[in-house]
Design a protein. Structure first.
Length: 113
């Protein structure tokens, strides 16, 4: 049942976002994509072959696609700059999603008893 509610909520939020100005959403998508690629480019400087996450970010078709690539970006950044610095970079990227995704994406998950 919870899965059904989550799918319904996700679909409803998608419909609501579609009612917003598409050019504004597209601009935000590109800003987020650029930020993610810029952060990765810094740590990949000089490397000819890009990791798979690069292509996934580059070709993501919507904001949700970019949202779900954050963990892969975090992993890549932490491998090259350490976890603390990577978390700071990811926090900056995450803030770019505010106003585009529902607020529940920005609250930590509650621990189950």
């Amino acid at each position: 049942m919870l899965t059904t509610i989550n799918r319904f909520t996700t679909s409803l939020m998608g419909l609501l976002r579609e009612s917003e100005d598409p050019s504004v959403l597209q601009d935000r998508l590109e800003d987020i994509r650029e930020a993610m690629l810029d952060r990765m480019a810094v740590v990949l400087e000089g490397q000819v072959v890009r990791p798979a996450v690069w292509a996934k970010v580059l070709h993501a078709i919507d904001v949700q696609g970019l949202w779900y690539q954050r963990s892969a970006v975090m992993h890549l950044l932490s491998d090259h700059m350490g976890e603390t610095a990577a978390r700071a970079e990811l926090h900056t990227i995450t803030q770019l999603f505010r106003g585009v995704l529902p607020d529940r994406h920005f609250t930590p998950a509650r621990k189950r008893a």
